[in-house]
Design a protein around this ligand. Structure first.
Ligand SMILES: *Cc1c(COP(=O)(O)O)cnc(C)c1O
Length: 371
């Protein structure tokens, strides 16, 4: 039996009847952009996150970018201000910063949790630092107690990149409710995934919410009145209706992901394969299950030969991408080593116990032969 990395067909076919009814409702409504489905999803997702406002956007990158753009319009940020960001994130976190004329300051992670290291954040703060942007990487909340303490003491803005962590909780607070604002992606592979591109900004700040809502819609609150230069990045009615269905199943999916992660952690217990460290069970929603292995490429080949699909998140860190020649001189040894060692095992709520057992057995066989 092959084990796919992630079968989106199987993920979505579980809800086929509900999804088709939602899409039919939108088709029949005759209203496709900025309508009742989006307003309802924004209310429901804000309530889920425990914040006052959610503003739908075209995708997760735009959600991140629109927060920074709104802060520039509000006079909180000026060109050249610095944003602290994890060095080992997906490139979207960096793109949101640079497309707003801001400067990314990459900070190394704790290699056990993969999340940004609070002590190194403190050390990276300089006179131009204005924003800390932690990423809840692979679905695990960054140390938000430490981030909020540092941001508060140093007078910095805190923006969560929550694209991988829908529903992760720490002491009753959900991902998205820790910072001044947060950005979510609903890309199809994310834990809460649309059937196309979609994203959202969430915040408790009324003024920021007003700015983001205008900026995503040509900088306009009143039709044909444009006090700001906005963009066109809206979450359409079809995707909003689909996301309302999938939001109702998110917590059950997170529970299943946790159960799969528990099976992996119990089963793959061998020094040849380093397991991810978990600070608190409920603070991780296992967007990805990422192990480290000194012989990563050989492990990946071994698994593929057995029909088990894996991926690498991510093979090249942003500061080594050709898009950022100005960052190429940086030496970030923790990040660079992680990119050579990480391997993402199959993970999704539709994986069966038998498939998980197959992955566990294949990993153990490799580790015992290699060690
Ligand atoms: C997916 C992702 C994004 C971007 O989301 P899109 O919807 O693909 O634009 C941003 N940051 C992180 C960490 C992501 O995983």
């Amino acid at each position: 039996m092959d084990v796919p990395f992630l079968s989106l067909r199987d993920v979505n076919s579980r809800h086929a009847d509900e999804l088709k009814a939602a899409v039919a409702r939108v088709i029949d409504s005759g209203w496709y952009i900025l309508g009742e489905e989006l307003a309802a999803f924004e209310r429901e997702f804000a309530a889920y996150c425990g914040v006052r406002h959610a503003i739908g956007t075209g995708n997760g990158l735009d959600a991140l970018s629109l927060v920074l753009r709104a802060w520039r319009e509000m006079g909180e940020l000026v060109e050249g201000d610095e944003v602290i960001v994890p060095a080992n994130t997906f490139i979207a976190s960096f793109l949101a910063i640079t497309e707003n004329g801001l400067q990314p300051v990459p900070v190394e992670p704790d290699p056990r949790t993969f999340n940004i290291d609070p002590a190194r954040v403190e050390a990276a703060i300089g006179p131009r630092t204005r924003v800390i942007m932690p990423v809840h990487l692979y679905g695990q909340l960054a140390d938000m107690g430490a981030m909020a303490e540092i941001a508060g003491r140093r007078g910095l803005l805190l923006l969560e990149d929550a694209a991988q962590a829908h529903g992760a909780v720490h002491t009753g607070t959900r991902a998205g409710a820790f910072g001044h604002a947060a950005a979510f992606s609903f890309f199809p592979t994310k834990n809460l995934g649309a059937l196309g591109d979609a994203g959202a900004v969430v915040t408790d700040d009324d003024q920021l919410a007003t700015y983001v809502a205008a900026l995503r819609n040509y900088g306009s609150e009143v039709k044909y009145d444009h006090p700001m230069r906005g963009i066109n990045s809206r979450l359409d009615e079809m995707q909003a209706a689909i996301l309302r269905v999938k939001l109702r199943h998110l917590d059950a999916d997170s529970a299943r992901r946790r159960a799969i992660a528990a099976l992996y952690r119990e089963g793959i217990d061998h020094p040849g394969i380093l397991l991810p460290a978990v600070a608190r069970e409920e603070a991780h929603v296992w967007h990805l299950f990422v192990v480290r292995c000194a012989w990563r490429d050989a492990l990946q080949r071994h698994l593929h030969a057995l029909g088990i699909q894996t991926q690498v998140h991510y093979p090249v860190p942003p500061h080594h991408q050709a898009a950022y020649p100005e960052l190429a001189h940086l030496r970030l040894p923790v990040t660079e080593q992680l990119h050579d060692e990480v391997l993402s095992l199959p993970m999704s709520p539709v994986l069966s116990d038998a498939q998980v057992a197959q992955v566990v057995a294949a990993c153990r066989a490799f580790a015992e032969a290699a060690a």
